[in-house]
Every structure is written in structure tokens, then in C-alpha cells.
Design a protein around this ligand. Structure first.
Ligand code: GLN
Length: 396
């Protein structure tokens, strides 16, 4: 992503000129505009087409009626910070302090830009694995970070340890990790995370890790890099309610970081947004105390969706490896005789009312993404089946 030298005639800032609108949301809109909500099938934007658990809806209703309608503490209602700290203390086996280490944000999206603005100065290098969730590009532009990319390669989306080592320089300030990974479904292994953490310690860099899909792991184990030796003091862990509790529209995310980083994050967050919706914070605090059976059921449902879409896409002729985590599939389009992800994705919208995301949106150089499109599958089984029927009808 290059910042242009001169302003456009409209006079937008050079930063705003340097990135485009989100392709994920653009594909969603285009499909709706062409086919309307009844026909359009949205495999583009990763959000559920089903309701959250009734217990969350009841908790939100109670909070709205219960007097939580003014600002919460800017860095998060105490009930929610306490619940996050309890959950993470149990998961990590070390005490997380809700007073000094937890900040509630408007979704993981705000969490990521708040983390970058708090920790990164213009000109600092930030390492990003590629393909990457499209927000990380504009996040670098906005914070002035200089991105350095480390490729993840299909079919297993592994990276070359030498390429990782070479990406660290004396200007490296941070590395962005996203596990389970959007868009590939990769779940970083213990040895990959150990390699990354050794580099962070050696180069005195921090890890900013987006773990929003932490509960959606079909194969392998979710490991937080914050739990590895030397990392607790240099890691900002981001997660949130959107994906786990199917409430992407609530915009409740959070960051866990050592006190010094948290102090900076809280200042940036305060001036970006003041705070996330108070009654919804109270409802999410209740959700975090749901029993283990909730997560077992969640994973079982997603496994079923994953299997349905993976089998169906294979049947349609796409090249697909089943994702180990998150709720996306990268589908290779070579085998269908297509060579351009953008025109192929447009054709699927126009002829099948199926929205996907061309993989070039997840690369700094669009040429690298030409051979894949991304399907997201947090959808009812009926929706997945309907989408597959439309895709099969398209076969030459
Ligand atoms: N994370 C989701 C995706 O990748 C939603 C993106 C968004 O619209 N904020 O599709």
C-alpha cells in the first residue's frame, strides 16, 4: 500500500487516498443491490445469518432496562473487565489483572488500530503474514507503520522460517499474528509461535495477536503467544464477542496487555471512541460466564458448516483444503479454468447471486491473490446448501 505524493483534486488526505474501501463489504453490497436480500447469498462478509443464543438477548434486554444507558468507564465496564480477566486467567494459568491489563474496545477492529497507534511510531516496521485480514493494511497506513510481509503458502499456509528471520530488522517494532487465521483457516502451531516469540525477544519487538476466532479450532490447539516464555510482557492480545457469541453488530472487543502498554492503549481508545456500548458490555459480561457446553455446541455446529461447504465446493470443482480454524475457506479457482479472482468473484455475484471475496484483497500485491477466492461460512446449513445449488448450476 503506497501513500501517493500529491493530493487529489477533492483534497483527501494522502493517507485516505492510499487505500480503497473494504472489498469484503463492497461484495456484500453489490450482491444485495443486484439481487435483493431474499436471493443474495453472502459468503463474502464473515457474519452469522442466525441469531445469537437467547441468553445473550435476554441479558442485553435486562441491561437496557437496568440503567446501563450512559457511558461506561472509558476502558470498559468493571463487570466486563472482571469477566474477561476471569476467563483469560483460567485459559492461560496466570493472573490477568482487570484493573491494569484489560481494555474494552468497539470490536477487534478498533482494538487493532488502538494497539498500533499506542505502540508504533511512523517509520517503525511491522511484520505481517500474508495473506492478511484486509484491515491490517489501512491500519499500517493510519499509524504510519512500514509493513514487511512474510508469505504463508498453500496448501498448508506455512511460512519459511528463514523468511521470518529475514523480516526482523533493527527497525521492527511489532509483528501482527492472527490465529486462527482469516482468510486461510490456519492455526499457528506451538513451534511456529515459539520461533516468532524468539525473534520478538531477540529484537525487542512486541506481538499484536488477533485471536477473535479462538473458540473455532477444528484441528490442533489454539495457543496464545502471550503464554510463551518472555512474551507476557511484550504481547497485546486482542479478542472479542463478535464471532464466539454471534454478535458482530454489537461491536464489543477487548485487549489484554501488560500495564505500560495498556496505559497507552487506553489513552488512544478514549480519544478514538470514548467507549463501547455500555448495555452490550454488561450482556457480554454474562456471556463470558456461559458453561463449557456452550463452546462445545458452538464448535460442533461450525464443524458441520465447515464440512458442508468444503465438500460442496470440492464437488463444484474448486481446489479446497479444509480449514483448521476460523470460518473461512480459501478456494483455488485454477481447476475451474479461471485466472482472475476479481472477475471470477464478480461472475459469481452476477450469475449465481453468490458473494465471495477475491483473494487479492488479502495481499499487498494483488497479483499474489489471483488464484483464490474466499468463502465465509458462518451461515445456516440451508444457506450453505442454497449457495452450493446456485454454484453447481453455474458449472459449464
Ligand atoms: N471479519 C469479517 C470478515 O473478514 C468481517 C469483516 C467486517 O466487515 N468487519 O469477513
Amino acid at each position: 500500500m503506497l501513500i501517493p505524493d500529491t493530493r487529489s483534486s477533492i483534497g483527501l488526505s494522502l493517507k485516505a487516498e492510499s487505500f480503497t474501501e473494504s472489498v469484503i463489504r463492497e461484495m456484500t453490497r453489490l450482491n444485495l443491490a443486484l439481487h435483493g436480500p431474499e436471493r443474495a447469498i453472502n459468503f463474502a462478509q464473515g457474519f452469522p445469518d442466525f441469531d445469537p443464543d437467547g441468553r445473550l438477548l435476554d441479558a442485553a434486554t435486562r441491561a437496557l432496562r437496568g440503567g446501563y444507558n450512559q457511558y461506561a468507564t472509558t476502558w470498559g465496564a468493571p463487570q466486563l473487565r472482571n469477566a474477561i480477566a476471569r476467563k483469560q486467567t483460567a485459559a492461560w494459568g496466570r493472573a490477568v489483572d482487570p484493573e491494569r491489563e484489560v481494555t474494552v474496545s468497539c470490536g477487534a477492529t478498533e482494538a487493532m488500530i488502538a494497539a498500533m497507534l499506542a505502540a508504533v511510531d511512523p517509520g517503525d516496521e511491522v511484520i505481517i503474514f500474508e495473506p492478511f485480514y484486509e484491515n491490517y493494511g489501512p491500519d499500517c497506513v493510519i499509524s504510519g507503520a512500514v509493513p514487511r510481509y512474510v508469505p504463508l503458502r498453500p496448501p498448508d499456509w506455512s511460512f519459511d522460517p528463514d523468511e521470518l528471520r529475514a523480516a526482523f530488522t533493527d527497525k521492527t517494532r511489532a509483528i501482527v499474528i492472527n490465529t486462527p487465521h482469516n482468510p486461510t483457516g490456519k492455526v499457528y502451531s506451538q513451534s511456529e509461535l515459539e520461533l516468532i516469540s524468539r525473534q520478538c525477544v531477540e529484537h525487542d519487538a512486541i506481538a499484536i495477536t488477533d485471536e477473535i476466532y479462538e473458540h473455532l479450532v477444528y484441528r490442533g490447539l489454539h495457543i496464545s503467544i502471550a503464554t510463551l516464555p518472555g512474551m507476557a510482557e511484550r504481547t497485546i492480545t486482542i479478542s472479542g464477542a463478535s464471532k464466539t457469541y454471534s454478535v458482530t453488530g454489537w461491536r464489543i472487543g477487548w485487549l489484554i496487555a501488560p500495564p505500560a502498554l495498556t496505559a497507552g492503549i487506553r489513552k488512544v481508545h478514549d480519544f478514538l471512541t470514548v467507549g463501547a456500548a455500555h448495555p452490550l458490555q454488561i450482556a457480554v459480561a454474562e456471556a463470558l460466564d456461559l458453561p463449557a457446553s456452550f463452546y462445545v455446541e458452538l464448535l460442533g455446529d461450525y464443524q458441520e458448516r465447515r464440512d458442508a461447504i468444503v465438500d460442496g465446493l470440492r464437488d463444484c470443482g474448486f481446489e479446497v483444503s479444509a480449514p483448521d480454524g476460523a470460518y473461512y475457506v480459501m478456494a483455488g479457482i485454477d481447476s475451474l479454468g479461471a485466472s482472475d479472482d476479481v472477475s471470477f468473484a464478480r461472475r459469481l455475484v452476477e450469475e449465481a447471486a453468490v458473494a465471495t471475496v477475491p483473494a487479492s484483497s488479502f495481499y499487498h500485491d494483488p497479483a499474489l491473490g489471483r488464484r483464490h477466492i474466499r468463502f465465509s461460512f458462518p451461515k445456516k446449513i440451508e444457506t450453505i446448501e442454497r449457495g452450493l445449488v446456485a454454484l453447481r448450476a453455474l458449472r459449464p
